[in-house]
Ligand binder design. Structure first.
Ligand code: ATP
Length: 334
């Protein structure tokens, strides 16, 4: 079966890590017809926006996209392209699996958790204004609909992956109305999934607990801003941003992208770690029903990291981005 998928190379290290991931997928036996679309700073002059309408049209048509990081140009009055994409396509769930790899030096062993971040509201709704010249106000939106939906999604993942526990992360002791509503929704949804343990932890305490004993946690679900912060922090627990994949899932489509940004400091030098992008592609393959190819790629990535012969700079090695992809392809054949 051939799949039509939108491919967004992005900017900075985006085109390099995307090209590595595409190469690996093409060697996995899955047949994909890529529709390549450009967005971000490089198209602003031509289209007067970093997200031309063809980007949304392509994703709406194909329902699935693999995306490299796209930087929002600073100081030109454009809203974050990533946030806009998520809002326009109603990609309400952001999923980041955080897992330690054998062969990668990190502070912990046996971390295997999933951060499920609400992707459509909270302070990211973008409602802010100046009250006076010296006072700014940002409005935090939390709705029952979005809270129910994201907690339900967290339990769905927990069930699909045979996980034992879901924890809702919040700050309801201070934001009694907004986070209070999120917590009430989470507790209510949890009663419908009594086979899975449920708990809730305040976000500051959760940060400490994650740094002390990350291996104790399974599925964490939270509003947008806490998810943004805790998922980058969690990446640090397992060896850095170059290892963490991500998915943005909605009712009508999904966009898969690495957790890292465009890393302009190392762009164009073939030293970026493509693991996060390759593993985002693995999540995408599972989403489109190509589980066998996904397993094959994931096992090959794990084997290359474990062997330690071909590691990129961020992991203490000297292997280039494309050479890492070649090493994964080589392992897939074995
Ligand atoms: P953004 O605002 O787009 O998220 P940022 O500069 O805040 O960008 P990243 O681009 O995600 O954050 O990365 C921060 C740093 O981490 C980079 O400058 C780079 O040195 C390192 N880094 C990120 N991704 C990778 C990768 N895939 N391989 C190696 N190093 C990386």
């Amino acid at each position: 079966m051939e799949h039509n998928i939108t491919l967004i190379p992005g900017d900075g290290i985006g085109p390099e890590v995307i090209s590595a991931a595409v190469k690996v997928i093409e060697n996995s036996g899955v047949c994909i017809n890529w529709e390549i679309v450009r967005m971000g700073a490089e198209v602003i002059e031509e289209f007067n926006t970093p997200i031309p309408s063809y980007v949304l049209e392509s994703i709406k048509k194909n329902k699935v996209a693999l995306k490299g990081p796209v930087t929002t140009p600073v100081g030109m009055g454009f809203k974050s392209v990533n946030v806009t994409l998520r809002q326009e396509l109603n990609l309400y769930a952001n999923i980041r699996p955080i897992k330690t790899f054998q062969g990668v030096t990190s502070r912990y062993e046996n971390v295997d958790l999933i951060i499920v971040r609400e992707n459509s509201e909270d302070l990211y709704a973008g409602i802010e204004h100046m009250i006076t010249e010296d006072i700014a106000e940002s409005i935090k939106i939390i709705s029952k609909k979005a809270s129910d939906r994201i907690v339900e999604y967290a339990f769905k993942i927990a069930k699909e992956q045979n996980r034992k526990q879901v924890i809702a992360v919040h700050k309801a002791n201070i934001m009694k109305l907004s986070d209070g509503l999120f917590l009430r929704c989470a507790r209510n949804i949890a009663t419908m999934h009594s086979e899975i343990d449920f708990g809730d932890v305040i976000v500051d305490a959760m940060s400490m607990k994650l740094v002390m004993n990350p291996e104790k946690y399974d599925v964490l679900v939270m509003p947008n801003l806490y998810g943004d912060i805790l998922s980058d922090m969690a990446a640090g627990l397992i060896g850095g941003l170059g290892l963490v994949p991500g998915a943005n899932i909605g009712e009508e489509g999904a966009v898969f992208e690495p957790a890292h940004g465009s890393a302009p400091d190392i762009a164009g030098t073939n030293i970026a770690n493509p693991t996060a992008c390759i593993l985002s592609a693995v999540m995408m393959l599972r989403y489109i029903g190509e589980a066998e190819a996904a397993d094959k790629i994931e096992k090959a990535v794990e084997a290359v990291l474990k062997e330690g012969k071909y590691l990129t700079c961020d992991l203490g090695g000297t292997t280039g981005t494309q050479e890492f992809a070649e090493a994964v392809i080589d392992k897939m054949g074995k």
